[in-house]
Design a protein around this ligand. Structure first.
Ligand code: SAM
Length: 296
């Protein structure tokens, strides 16, 4: 069978770069799903850049990667009873794809994180332009939209801790661009825990209303017969996809990230073109556990 994916090689080449503690801040997490998420991002970005490298006639400004919650470049996973593992964060992956991006636009609101990232990326010579900004992704949405060239092909990763990304931010940045989206949906921790307790009864616009860009989810929730966790998560993913369809995202998919007790997050993938889905599907097929066994 012809190989379609070289993301595993990229992943394995990045692990030794981040293995040693370099004294700079790292993001700390207690869930292996973080590693699964990053592994998927790695597979996907490798696919996307290799697949689209010849698209310059259509996109003279080449390929742009936008990361709205970019972090420090390293994630440290601390699972109880296991040794601490360090993984490459999304901006470090994007800075090292074998077919390089032409431009990285990286945003985080924590100045310690953007400074650590600046230092970690200082040797990523293959990328002609790396812009790192310390700002709130929602407040800075109009400025971010202006930084993304209109004639480049873009992919944007949105990876907040909870439901912190406003739909309006996505609309502002992505609606008029060629931009594939990968958005982490905190549908177990934030949504699952808070929907009935806080979001549903609230009278003013809640974080969930701003995330979804609509308030009419309450009626849809009322009409749902089976209000099991899985069904509620499915309803909200569907509502979000419908919102994305309004700004041109006709093609979408969901990648479920599991923890030991079942689903924890959903990664929502969306594209305005069918081809984008192909890359997402190939990336999703790559087995993180299998890779761990193979490469320790
Ligand atoms: C889950 S981490 C991102 C991890 C990163 N994608 C990676 O792969 O390593 C979330 C990040 O969002 C940042 N953050 C939180 N709220 C933000 C906001 N409103 N705008 C920009 N960054 C924000 C945090 O400082 C944190 O670094």
């Amino acid at each position: 069978v012809a190989r379609t994916n070289y993301g595993r090689e990229l992943w394995n080449s990045l692990l030794p770069l981040v293995e040693e503690d370099d004294g700079l801040p790292a993001l700390r997490t207690q869930g292996m799903w973080t590693a699964k998420k990053l592994y998927f991002v790695c597979q996907y970005l490798e696919q996307f850049t290799r697949g689209m490298k010849n698209s310059r006639t259509k996109f003279p400004s080449g390929l742009t990667y936008v990361d709205l919650f970019c972090g420090t470049g390293v994630s440290q996973v601390e699972v109880m009873g296991e040794r601490v593992r360090r993984y490459p964060g999304s901006p470090l992956i994007a800075a090292n794809t074998p077919t390089p991006f032409d431009r990285l636009i990286l945003i985080d609101k924590d100045p310690r994180y953007t400074e650590a990232l600046r230092q970690r990326l200082s040797s990523a010579a293959a990328i002609p332009q790396i812009d790192i900004h310390t700002e709130d992704a929602n407040l800075a949405a109009p400025a971010i939209a202006d930084r993304v060239p209109h004639d480049s092909l873009n992919v944007m990763f949105v990876d907040p801790y909870s439901l912190d990304i406003h739909y309006e931010t996505i609309r502002r940045i992505a609606s008029t661009k060629s931009m594939d989206l990968l958005i982490l949906f905190s549908d177990r921790f934030d949504l699952g825990r808070n929907v009935y307790k806080y979001y549903y009864p609230a009278h003013e616009h809640t974080k969930l209303d701003r995330f979804l860009g609509t308030t009419n989810w309450r009626e849809q929730l009322d009409q749902l017969d089976d209000q099991s966790g899985a069904n509620v998560r499915r309803l909200f993913a569907g509502i979000y996809e419908h919102q994305l369809e309004k700004i041109g995202y006709r093609y979408h998919d969901r990648i479920q990230l599991d923890g030991p007790q079942g689903p924890v997050f959903t990664l929502l993938y969306a594209s305005k073109h069918e081809l984008g889905l192909t890359y997402c599907h190939i990336a999703a097929k790559e087995d993180f556990e299998g890779s761990r066994n193979l490469f320790g």
